[in-house]
Design a protein around this ligand. Sequence first.
Ligand code: G6P
Ligand code: MG
Length: 224
Amino acid sequence: MKINTLIFDLDGVIVDTARYHYLAWKKLSDELNLSFNIRDNELLKGVSRRRSFEIILDLNGIKMDEDKIEEYCAKKNAYYLSYINELKEEEILPGVKDFLLEAKSLGYNVVLGSASKNSRFILEKLRIEECFDSVIDGTKVKNAKPDPEIFLKGCEEVNAIPEQCVVFEDSLSGIYAAHNGGMKAVGVANSEVKQYCDYYIDGFANADVRVLMDIIEDKQKRYA
Ligand code: G6P
Ligand code: MG
């Protein structure tokens, strides 16, 4: 089936905010004397804020009251916002904007599908809101990736069906979410996901929309 919709994750795909998420969780963990390192951080990629904190607590074998969880999630977000407040347009990852514009000019629906409740703010900072036909973020869904809700909503918003959609993701939970929704997944800039995605790219600097879609559509035919 012909692909007509490209759905992009934000953190780690369009901009390298993953390191700011890490720094903010690390700061909070250090304050709370919780162990948390860069490898643990892999488990949080693509995962909602709340679920991320639960994972850190689980890793440390700790149970916490609901109101404390809320309080610390808010604190983490304040740290995170203090980092991304400084985000510059130039921090958009190489080749991303050209790829988005090229996809649009070729007639593809271009959709954002991110768990982040800060998505709109980041898109504004990077000045790329107008590149998207639809934005589905953490404020619009109940279920976090690997649940496919984010991507299915994005697909629905542009009147597509899952078989017509390709998801660009850097996280394992996001690759699973795409597959759970019946969509193809292109892994981006995270070699950890290489063996789970349908196709892998290091980034968008050398990526061409037409070439990529030919590869994906050919795979669909071969595995159909
Ligand atoms: C993205 C990131 C996750 C983050 C989530 C929620 O999916 O990959 O690491 O936890 O968004 O982000 P937020 O900005 O709402 O805390
Ligand atoms: Mg991501």
